[in-house]
Design a protein around this ligand. Structure first.
Ligand code: IFM
Length: 481
């Protein structure tokens, strides 16, 4: 049946103790990447600066009713102008890696053709500043901000968009390939396809299965083309893709549930990982969706299956699936997004992915939680013990998976900053660092201090608030001249 379901939850092994109560310290391997992640549209702002063109998200935000708080990305966290301070803050927190994305509309404002040197200059400066701070850049080429001009020509359902992505990837690789060694092509193709072209919750807001299926293939093709371009320009670089996984847990024992569970698992979890691993699209669901695969041209599947150096895994929650829609039993607590907290699903997922595909390396490229953030400590920081517990319990699962031989080489907390959470606007707070929307002042939350302490010692510390030994970057150092 599904490959991503939980193992028997009734089995009470020490593994189950990925809970806040677990206090035994666990060491992570030397060289393990301790990072945080962001994306261009969610934090950069400066939406018209230096030749950047409109993205599908700028257009989507301008349409009434699309974003819960009617907000947009015009200013966001103003990272475009504050990136140096943000990097200093990461350095002070002791983070060793930073995952960010490039805005395609900055680099190729016309979608195809001329490259905008000023757009690339920003990322050039960003990468240099990261390297100077001793932070390794993990670059993602596409985190959903398609140039609107390409959507106007048909968007991802059109094959030419994949070709345009290959050319864009080559342009970025030519500029940054000498300094960036970890490249991800696409972030969460499932979300691009499903939310963008099937249920319309995300830009460009289309709702058509035929478009979604075409988009799913072209996004994977774009990955294959970009990988080829990056390798041609920067042969020493490591190239991968970032997929999101929502493991399916069957609910009830209705025989009518089996098809649903399988289709949901294949569509949400395996649709991208299977082709990347050379297994092709999951046949059962191809058939159920009635996809004739007319978009798939000779050579596409081989290009898509070209070996990757690493798989990036984004994990937040699992999905309970029964015979009917809405048959869903939340067993754990929930985040502010209403997502069930079930850390064991991450450990099971990591083991399952390794057994199923054996990719050479895995990174947890996103994991984190929107929390209420409604309590402050005496020093004014957000007292987010719930987020500390979430991070702790998921890191415990990562540690278990590593012990079991799964090659996980890094972890990126989502997110560095409170930021624009797509159709949810600025309501949900995912950041380790609070951002005052009016003043843009950043203030690390207690979770940032905890995560910093873990990153510095490479050990899973108990999920309690540490002494604030990490200097608060928003407070001037009195000893500094
Ligand atoms: O904010 C998003 C991110 O852009 C992609 N992965 C999930 C996060 C939380 O929803």
């Amino acid at each position: 049946m599904t490959i991503f379901t939980d193992v028997d939850e009734s089995a009470s092994t020490p593994r189950d103790a990925g809970s806040a109560a677990q206090t035994a310290r666990r060491r992570f391997p030397t060289g393990f990447a301790w990072g945080s992640a962001t994306s261009s549209f969610q934090i950069e702002g400066a939406s018209t600066a230096d030749g950047r063109s409109e993205s599908i998200w700028d257009r989507f935000c301008s349409q009434p009713g699309t974003i819960r708080d009617a907000s947009d990305g015009r200013i966001a966290c103003d990272h475009y102008h504050r990136y140096r301070d943000d990097i200093t803050m990461m350095r002070d927190l002791g983070l060793t890696a930073y995952r960010f994305s490039i805005a395609w509309p900055r680099v190729v404002p016309g979608g195809t053709g001329e490259v905008n040197p000023e757009g690339l200059d920003f990322y050039d400066r960003l990468v240099d500043a990261l390297l100077e701070a001793g932070i390794e850049p993990y670059l993602t080429l596409y985190h959903w901000d398609l140039p609107q001009v390409l959507e106007d020509r048909g968007g991802w359902p059109v094959r030419a968009t994949a070709d345009a992505f290959g050319a864009y990837a080559a342009a970025v690789a030519r500029r940054l390939g000498d300094r960036v060694s970890r490249w991800s092509t696409i972030n969460e193709p499932f979300v691009v396809t499903h939310l963008g072209y099937l249920n319309g919750e995300h830009a460009p807001g289309r709702t058509n299965l035929r478009d979604a299926l075409a988009a799913s293939h072209h996004v994977l093709l774009a990955h294959g083309l970009a990988q080829r371009e990056i390798r041609a320009v920067a042969p020493a670089a490591e190239v991968g893709i970032v997929l999101n996984f929502t493991p399916v847990t069957p609910v009830g024992d209705s025989p009518f549930a089996l098809d649903r569970q399988r289709v949901i698992d294949e569509w949400e979890n395996r649709w991208y990982s299977d082709p990347i691993a050379g297994k092709g699209y999951p046949e059962f669901t191809v058939e159920r969706l009635g996809w004739d695969r007319s978009e798939v041209q000779p050579g596409d599947m081989e290009l898509i299956a070209a070996p990757i150096d690493f798989l990036g895994i984004n994990f937040y929650t699992r999905k309970m699936v029964g015979a009917i829609d809405g048959e869903r039993t939340e067993r754990g607590g929930q985040t502010a997004m209403g997502w069930e907290i079930h850390p064991q699903a991450l450990g099971d997922l990591l083991r399952s992915l390794h057994t199923t595909y054996s990719f050479p390396k895995l990174f947890v490229t996103e994991n984190g939680a929107a929390m209420p953030d409604d309590r402050r400590a005496d020093d004014g920081r957000i007292a987010d013990v719930d987020r500390i517990e979430y991070l702790h319990d998921h890191l415990a699962q990562v540690a278990d998976a590593i012990d079991d031989g799964v090659p996980v080489e890094g972890y990126f907390a989502w997110s560095l900053l409170d930021n624009f959470e797509w159709a949810w606007g600025y309501g949900p707070k995912f950041g380790l660092v609070e951002v005052d929307a009016d003043t843009q002042v950043r203030r690390p939350k207690q979770s940032a201090l905890w995560y910093a302490a873990v990153a510095r010692c490479g050990e899973l510390l108990p999920p309690t608030v540490p002494d604030p030994t990490v200097p608060d970057p928003t407070v001037p150092d009195p000893t500094a001249g």
